[in-house]
Design a protein around this ligand. Structure first.
Ligand code: SME
Length: 160
């Protein structure tokens, strides 16, 4: 059994730091990328409050394909450049969207989603996946969350 305790009374930066440490420990020495992404999605879900979806889309043959996640069933394939995830994959830049309904081309997989944070995962300068977090709260994510998820993406990149 793996037991990681998400801090409840800590600030955001501390939560992201502890999540990162847990992610490194959990994926250490495990070569199976699906197992690692599944555990990472579960870990994000456990540590980061007020989410309705957390998971991965992988770049496969020029499009995004759904990977391990926690939340309701979601769109399976997303074109590079489409929606929030496709924009992150195309630009290689984090997408911090306070109100998804104001984002042109947003893809509504779960009607509950109100705000979204998508961070590209790069390996050797190439986007290999994105990590997508959705929240039912408008403006749920801020720059500190973006920095925390970007740092997580950097450390897990070789393991997914
Ligand atoms: N809303 C995303 C699609 C993925 S789901 O949120 C899980 C987008 O616009 O790319």
């Amino acid at each position: 059994m793996y037991s990681f305790t998400a801090p409840t009374d800590a600030g955001k930066a501390e939560i992201w730091r502890e999540l990162r440490g847990a992610a490194v420990a959990l994926t250490e020495g495990e070569p199976d990328t699906v197992a690692n992404m599944a555990n990472l999605a579960a870990l994000i879900w456990q540590f980061v409050p007020r989410l309705n979806w957390a998971g991965f889309y992988r770049v496969i043959d020029g499009e995004l394909v759904l990977g391990p996640f926690v939340g309701k069933p979601a769109c399976i394939r997303i074109a590079i450049g489409a929606g929030v995830c496709g924009t992150a994959a195309q630009s290689g830049a984090t997408q911090l969207v306070a109100d998804v309904h104001a984002f042109p081309g947003h893809i509504a997989c779960d009607a509950e989603s109100a705000s979204e944070l998508v961070v590209p995962v790069l390996r050797d300068g190439v986007v290999i996946a994105v990590i997508d977090l959705d929240s039912p709260e408008v403006a749920r994510f801020d720059a500190e969350d973006a920095a925390g998820l970007e740092a997580l993406a950097r450390v897990i990149s070789p393991r997914i």
